[in-house]
Design a binder for this molecule. Structure first.
Ligand SMILES: [Zn+2]
Length: 329
């Protein structure tokens, strides 16, 4: 069990590296330079991007701390914010496709397959949900209560060979596509992401001008140009989890906290397809929940959220929450 700490956000180094995760006193987090991620298993750029955003926007830390306090309050007493009348939120999705090569102009079928994966995974309708080990079945999320609906696809050719985590793909001024209605729609970008990054998301509290999730076109959906072992659409499941305020399950630090009470403490990210049970080296050596979407395992080896993660995600849509603009069915 992990202790939720409102101020943890200010107390961690938000470095994500595949080989090394460090913890230090973070008074000067905004002066830290991003860590280049190495090509080893899954790589997600969300925390590096957050670190850069914190450096560029001094008010962001306060906004995120406020969201953290709000979230903790909702998690303690969900009724306090009059959470979702029927527990369901509809999330219209705009998919922005940037392509240089014809193959990068992914098909509508491939795009719809990603929407389908999101709906299955977030409603716990994915067939591998039943693979959840018995010790975690009592803390499975069940239906998270969000539905994804494809609203619009925007396609744009580009002379750019690949894109980085600097958000250029989200800015028409530098050849990208601006987000559409970011306070009421989830924007996804499909493009050729360089540096071995599979995807990245912006956490709640960031600028609306760059809000959304970026997915490499070879990890987008589960058909067409997807490449194993990232061919089940789980990169988006993971990144949308960040977009709904979930942290990596290892808390981006050695034996760190993901701000959720019912997930075991992980000593670090897990890659590939770990043999069950994989024991943590943290206090109590708990069995790690390597099959959680917020770990770094391969697509076929992640298939569940926890109930605590569900509550944390729902809090962003609650009255007063950072994504309250999304309509309630
Ligand atoms: Zn991530």
């Amino acid at each position: 069990m992990k202790k939720i700490n409102f101020y943890l956000f200010s107390g961690l180094v938000f470095f994500v590296s595949c080989t090394k995760v460090s913890t230090t006193n973070l008074e000067d987090v905004t002066t830290q330079q991003p860590v280049t991620e190495l090509r080893q298993g899954r790589t997600c750029g969300a925390m590096d991007v957050l670190q850069n955003n914190l450096a560029q926007d001094p008010a962001l830390r306060k906004r995120m701390d406020d969201i953290e306090k709000f979230t903790a309050r909702i998690m303690t007493n969900p009724d306090a914010a009059r959470l979702l009348p029927d527990g369901t939120i509809e999330i219209p999705v705009v998919v922005n496709v940037l392509y240089k090569l014809a193959a990068e102009n992914i098909s509508t079928v491939q795009i719809q397959s990603q929407i389908d994966v999101l709906n299955e995974d977030y409603k716990a309708l994915n067939t591998d949900y039943n693979n959840t080990p018995s010790i975690f079945q009592s803390v499975r999320s069940g239906n998270v209560g969000v539905s994804f609906v494809l609203d619009k696809i925007i396609r744009q050719s580009t002379s750019k060979k690949s894109w980085s985590t600097n958000d250029a793909m989200k800015k028409s001024s530098v050849g990208g596509i601006n987000p559409t209605n970011p306070t009421t729609e989830l924007n996804l970008w499909s493009c050729n992401l360089g540096g071995g990054i599979l995807g990245y998301a912006q956490f709640p509290g960031g600028s609306t001008a760059t809000d959304g999730v970026v997915i490499d076109n070879n990890a987008f959906g589960r058909t067409g140009t997807v490449t194993a072992p990232y061919n089940k659409g789980r990169t988006a499941t993971h990144e949308v989890g960040h977009w709904m305020n979930l942290r990596h399950i290892w808390g981006d630090a050695t034996c760190g906290s993901d701000l959720v009470n019912d997930t075991p403490t992980h000593d670090a990210a897990n890659f590939g397809c770990p043999t069950y049970p994989h024991l943590s080296t943290c206090t109590g050596t708990p069995v790690e929940m390597t099959m959680n979407y917020m770990d770094y395992t391969d697509d076929p080896c992640m298939y569940m959220f926890s109930a605590g993660q569900k509550t944390r995600m729902q809090a962003v849509f609650a009255t007063g929450g950072p994504r309250a603009g999304f309509r309630v069915l």
